[in-house]
Design a protein around this ligand. Structure first.
Ligand SMILES: [Zn+2]
Length: 236
């Protein structure tokens, strides 16, 4: 019942992209110019040199910053489905191995290796910071609070299920801006240590739709992201 729906929601969270350039639903969204598409082999060809330099750095940072036993053996690749919109995301496979996946459309939209390295560092940082696990815990905590509130109000069981789902959604989303900024800061460090320019790389944000400061929006405003990258880079 309610629990099943929450599990579905959590599975969705596990695959939530965070460098998506798919416009958020907003009436004031400007028309976006789309980059010309590239095939899978071209996407792999552009990704390979950045992966070769950044992956060892990300794995070293992961081992230094996480508790012993954490799987830091990243697998970084391109999603085989070339019709997907521009996106990048971090997830784990069934064995707990961290995966960083780019769609070909996102690789096509990056203008230089610094941008690709920044996105890669950002996704690697999500794993190091344990954001997937933390987001799932936030979702569960939100679901419990939502269910309790509905129970106190004398709701029937169907309404409690609904409230649990709403609660879970709020619990997960209200933390994700913090997580994104945290990943931007640590991603800056990783890109820098791999020999890339994170401030130049973060220029990528200036070309993706700005989610603004909408309540419950899952992504922080681009200006906030640029600021944390600049501040972090200045301290390196
Ligand atoms: Zn992210």
């Amino acid at each position: 019942m309610g629990r099943g729906l929450v599990v579905v929601l959590l599975l969705g969270l596990g695959l939530a992209g965070c460098a998506s350039t798919t416009p958020a639903p907003s009436p004031a969204q400007p028309v976006r110019q789309t980059a010309p598409g590239i095939g899978l082999s071209e996407a792999e060809r552009r990704l390979a040199p950045v992966r070769a330099r950044l992956e060892p750095v990300a794995e070293r940072e992961c081992r230094q910053r996480t508790r012993p036993g954490t799987d830091c053996d990243y697998a970084i690749g391109v999603d085989k489905r070339t019709n997907l919109p521009a996106n990048a995301y971090q997830t784990v496979d069934r064995g707990g191995r961290p995966l960083i996946v780019f769609t070909a459309a996102l690789i096509a939209q990056t203008r230089n290796a610094d941008e690709l390295a920044f996105v890669m560092g950002h996704e690697a940082a999500h794993h190091i910071a344990g954001h997937l696990t933390r987001a799932q815990q936030d979702a569960l905590a939100g679901a419990v609070v939502g269910g309790i509130l509905a129970g106190l109000a004398g709701a029937n069981s169907q309404m409690i299920d609904l409230a649990m789902n709403l609660g879970a959604d709020v619990g997960a989303r209200s933390f994700s801006k913090e997580y994104e900024l945290e990943a931007d800061a640590l991603g800056t460090v990783i890109a820098h240590r791999a020999g890339y320019q994170p401030v130049r790389g973060a220029e990528f944000f200036n070309r993706i739709p700005d989610p603004g400061d909408q309540f419950l929006g899952t992504h922080p405003p681009n200006a906030a992201r640029m600021e944390i990258v600049r501040r972090t880079a200045a301290g390196l």
